[in-house]
Design a protein around this ligand. Structure first.
Ligand SMILES: [Zn+2]
Length: 377
């Protein structure tokens, strides 16, 4: 089946994160079945969604793994020229939500599976489809855990986030945490009768500002990144109900992005210590801490075999780093060689009139075909 027809089908299924992905799972499962792959559906703990893992060729041999997420970010508040959930050709471009991030790669994976139908493989090609990536890589860990029973360890994992088909070796790690301070309500005319939860929250936000400055001035440096240091920011603050009520609760969301070699958890721990100290000092009655999302940094693999091969197959030099995060760090943390390489550009992702071009799709299919050739007898 042609890659563009598959992409058109995928775009028409608005698979938003945080909800059932049954329709998308059925569509991808059908194509993999038709291509003759061994397909395993891996329901997640949420009950209404899951990952898909499929293999062509002998699963007990070591092969390569292609991976992409099925979900896309919402289109609310974006001014699209055409229906984002209907693949639309215009000015030589193919528009639709997820064309670049990253259904273009998913369609290329499936077209590659069809091209391999009934062709013998000496080593396997695996197809890994994850859910809920866009809300913090929540789905893929469940699939990575299952991999030892599904296949021999892959020689390499290619995560097809848009990179203009450049093999990318690194990204920062991330952890996002929510802190909720509990105070006591009172009439604003007698503030001392209550405990104002906004103040410890504001103190925490300012502490984070200082911590970010410290990271910039004296933290670990990695010049492959922009900025070349780890960052920590306060991004959301919510609390209070009316101007004449002492607020009894306030939540601050903090996000840390750490360069490889610096631990995002250790940075977040310092924020946590500050929050706990606020509670001990009586500035808050309690602090609730909730993890929002996290993934580890991606670092260049010790063995350059995968990057050399992908550089040769794509005809593109290796790119050292990207500013966005991916599931590749999670594959690597589980012991698998991993890099990023996919069609389209992240600069078009998450915005109105996201697109990919036919030639980008064709180039990706060509590279995946060349990769599959390495697995033929
Ligand atoms: Zn993505």
């Amino acid at each position: 089946m042609h890659v563009t027809d598959i992409l058109s089908e995928l775009i028409a299924i608005p698979d938003l994160p945080g909800q059932s992905n049954a329709a998308m799972g059925a569509c991808i499962g059908k194509h993999l079945d038709n291509a003759g792959a061994t397909v395993t559906l891996l329901p997640g703990p949420e009950g209404d969604r899951g990952n898909i893992f499929a293999t062509l060729g002998p699963a007990d041999e070591r092969g390569y793994l292609l991976s992409g997420h099925m979900d896309v970010v919402p289109v609310e508040g974006q001014d699209w020229t055409s229906d984002p959930f209907s693949l639309t050709a215009r000015d030589g471009k193919l528009y639709g939500r997820g064309t670049s991030d990253m259904k273009g790669f998913l369609a290329s994976m499936l077209a590659t599976a069809y091209a391999l139908k009934d062709k013998p493989l000496r080593q396997p090609l695996h197809f890994a489809f994850s859910y809920d990536e866009e809300i913090g890589c929540r789905g893929v860990p469940h699939m990575i855990t299952e991999m030892p029973r599904l296949c021999a360890p892959p020689l390499g994992c290619i995560i097809g986030e848009p990179s203009d088909m450049h093999p990318v070796l690194s990204h920062k790690g991330k952890r996002a945490v929510s802190f909720t301070f509990k105070g006591r309500a009172a009439h604003s005319s007698t503030p001392d009768a209550g405990l104002n939860a906004l103040y410890p929250a504001a103190d925490l936000a300012l502490f984070v500002r200082g911590l970010n400055l410290e990271l910039a001035q004296s933290g670990a440096k990695d010049d492959r990144f922009d900025p070349p240091h780890s960052t920590v920011v306060a991004s959301v603050i919510t609390g209070g109900t009316a101007v004449n009520i002492i607020p009894d609760g306030c939540t601050v969301q903090i996000e840390c992005r750490a360069v490889p070699g610096q631990d995002a958890d250790a940075i977040i721990d310092r924020v946590l210590q500050f929050a706990r100290a606020a509670q001990r000092s009586g500035a808050a009655d309690a602090v609730e801490v909730t993890d929002l999302s996290s993934y580890p940094a991606l670092t260049p693999p010790d063995d350059p075999a995968l990057e050399s091969m992908m550089s040769e197959l794509t005809g593109h030099p290796v790119q050292q780093a990207v500013s966005f995060g991916t599931e590749a760090g999670l594959f690597q943390a589980a012991g698998h060689a991993a890099l990023i390489c996919g069609p389209g550009s992240m600069s078009r992702a998450h915005r109105a009139d996201e697109y990919i071009t036919q030639s980008e799709l064709d180039a990706c299919c060509k590279v995946l075909g060349l990769l599959a050739d390495q697995l033929r007898p």
